[in-house]
Design a protein around this ligand. Structure first.
Ligand code: FES
Length: 346
């Protein structure tokens, strides 16, 4: 992917201690997108241009905006969080993504939104769209460690007040026992399937099975919520996995070996700490397929046969594909020496 737009900063919002929202000035150029889509940001760091995908939290009619969260080992994210005010131009590509299906006349009249951490970014875009452009009843469940980690807290409170008749929100805090005024309902616990069931049945009543659900967050939360909604008979559910990774510091600090099958040949890759499986395969001149190197195109997908890898980002595979063993090599970092993967036509 190449940059298409050169935007300036319209405003910077320090959302929490480790997140920053950049609202872009598009120089008067039209920029069209649907809720839940993402853009690529290109930055030159250490004499190398790198790009990363970021979900838009804005909707049509607003200035485009993304929220960037500091992540362990995240070169671009950490640079932006530390230096957002000093960045003069933003080279941007996109937008991409099909997280949200454009409404049609079969669309359900109730919407369930489940987000956690920076997974709230596309969820916030869908929330605003549903409230401002449909008559749907909307249930939001936002899971965080503490109140200080909640994204868009003031805006959520304003939406709570503005749409009190059809917007119900729950904040779930896993590491906090009390909170200040945040609006909506508050649960002090790790989010469980039991919580989800109770909330959904209480808020949406008998017709909850006809809802559409959108879930975005870390792998554990997405799988828990998707399975829970499925068990409840809610079949119209879309998911997006965010940062299904362990922190880079938790990964092996020594080179690891990966047994890699590509077409008819088996290779033993030496993967350096901080190096992805894809990069190791490219270094070994294996003609693997890839394009974006940022977890969005899906061209580098491979099957994990054994061992464990951590995916740093995933905008291409569904949670069902991940559960089925597929991984994006460009985002995969071996967690041990037992990793065996296969790509190509086998
Ligand atoms: S190269 Fe595009 S997802 Fe890995």
């Amino acid at each position: 992917m190449q940059p298409v737009y050169r935007w300036k900063t319209y405003s910077i919002v320090r959302e929490t201690h480790d997140t920053v929202t950049i609202v872009f000035d598009t120089n008067g150029r039209n920029f069209s997108h649907i809720p839940g889509q993402y853009i690529h940001i290109f930055l030159e760091l250490n004499n190398e241009v790198i790009s990363r995908p970021y979900s838009l939290n804005s909707i049509e009619g607003e200035r485009p905006a993304v929220t960037v969260k500091r992540v362990d080992g995240g070169a671009m994210s950490n640079y932006i969080v530390d230096n957002a005010e000093q960045i003069e131009y933003w080279d941007v590509g996109g937008c991409l993504g099909k997280f949200y299906e454009v409404a049609d006349n079969k669309k359900p009249s109730t919407t369930i939104l489940i987000g956690a951490g920076s997974g709230m970014s596309p969820i916030f875009s869908i929330l605003k769209h549903e409230l401002l452009n449909t008559q749907n009843k909307v249930l939001l469940i936002d899971a965080n460690k503490t109140q200080q980690d909640v994204l868009y807290a003031e805006k959520l409170l304003a939406l709570n007040n503005m749409f009190a008749d059809r917007f119900v929100s729950y904040h779930v805090f896993s590491r906090q026992k009390t909170s200040g005024d945040i609006g909506g309902n508050v649960i002090y616990s790790r989010l469980t399937a039991l919580h989800l069931k109770k909330i959904i049945k209480t808020v949406l009543g008998a017709e909850y099975t006809l809802s559409v659900g959108y879930i975005c967050g870390p792998e554990g939360l997405v799988h828990l919520a998707e399975e829970c909604l499925s068990n409840m008979g809610i079949s119209n559910v879309k998911t997006e996995l965010f940062f299904a990774s362990k922190p880079a510091s938790a990964l092996p600090q020594e080179p690891t070996e990966v047994l890699f099958h590509f077409n008819d040949t088996t290779y033993l890759l030496d993967v350096e700490p901080g190096q992805s499986v894809l990069q190791a395969a490219i270094d070994d001149k294996i003609p693997v397929q890839y394009s974006c190197q940022s977890g969005t195109c899906g061209m580098c997908s491979a099957r994990l046969l054994s061992g464990e890898v951590y995916m740093a980002a995933n905008y291409a595979l569904s949670s069902a594909e991940v559960a089925d063993g597929l991984r994006l090599m460009c985002q995969s970092y071996p967690a041990n020496n037992d990793v065996e993967m296969a790509a190509g036509y086998q």
